[in-house]
Design a protein around this ligand. Structure first.
Ligand SMILES: [Fe+2]
Length: 251
């Protein structure tokens, strides 16, 4: 089966629309969103409504939680905080209800066994997997819970953490030439799917992942989208200027 996995749209309608057009030409059986539909971008309601209309299964992200007042954005940087508070005022009641219904995890039965979809980490949905230490702890957790593969996001930086025979985590960035990555079927893997609406790996193009569970092959996809339109809307909404600038730099 072929899966499309994407995340962190962050209210960027231009990136989301382009992504949806792009995947029309990619054969796939299922599609999943890994959270953070809103926050930062100028079109939170529109992005939620597309998720709803297309019935895309989604897990909750930390921005989705904060916008619902589940907790206050104290740990957010000032720009993220301003954006999420702005978003609280914008969301319709129906869209708020949609976010409230999102689950923390989605489980998939695959050819490789149990697969976990979560915004942050297999350990904790709000934790970042951003170092070998995080990944190795997560592998221990995955072994006790019999999880073959975990798909995560949250860092906005696509990559793979692959388990080596001695249980260590090997960091694998997306190949520069876009070639697919074949993974060891008998080892654990944590795949970060990157971000559609606010990439932070120095490449401003939106990103997502295609996974073939039979071959256990990951493809990292990138796409150009009308960044200047998304930037203009952020400025016109009165959101912090930095949120507009970072889209062009991919940071
Ligand atoms: Fe995010």
């Amino acid at each position: 089966m072929k899966f499309i996995l994407f995340s962190d749209v962050h209210g960027n309608l231009e990136a989301f629309d382009t992504f949806l057009e792009r995947i029309e030409s990619i054969q796939h059986d299922r599609i999943y969103n890994l959270g953070d539909i809103i926050g930062y971008g100028a079109n939170p309601n529109e992005c939620i409504e597309i998720m709803m209309e297309r019935d895309i299964p989604s897990v909750v992200g930390n921005h989705d939680d904060v916008v619902l007042d589940k907790y206050e954005p104290e740990m957010f940087n000032p720009d993220a905080r301003r954006a999420v508070l702005w978003c609280r005022d914008q969301l319709t009641e129906m869209n708020r209800d949609y976010l409230r219904e999102l689950k923390d995890f989605i489980w998939i039965d695959s050819m490789l066994g149990k697969v976990l979809i979560v915004h942050g980490s297999p350990m904790d949905k709000d934790e970042y997997v951003m170092s070998r230490w995080h990944a190795e702890r997560a592998f221990v957790n995955m072994m006790t819970r019999d999880i073959a593969v975990a798909f995560v996001a949250h860092t906005h930086q696509p990559c793979i953490w692959a388990q080596t025979p001695d249980g260590a985590a090997e960091f694998m960035p997306p190949p520069e030439d876009g070639s697919p990555v074949a993974l060891n079927k008998s080892a654990k893997a944590i795949v970060n799917v990157g971000s559609v609406g606010q990439p932070r790996d120095g490449d401003p193009r939106g990103g997502f992942v295609v996974w073939d569970d039979v071959a256990h092959v990951i493809e990292f996809h990138r796409f150009n989208y009308p960044i200047s339109q998304a930037q203009r809307k952020i400025r016109e909404a009165g959101l912090p200027r930095f949120l507009s600038e970072r889209l062009a730099g991919g940071f």
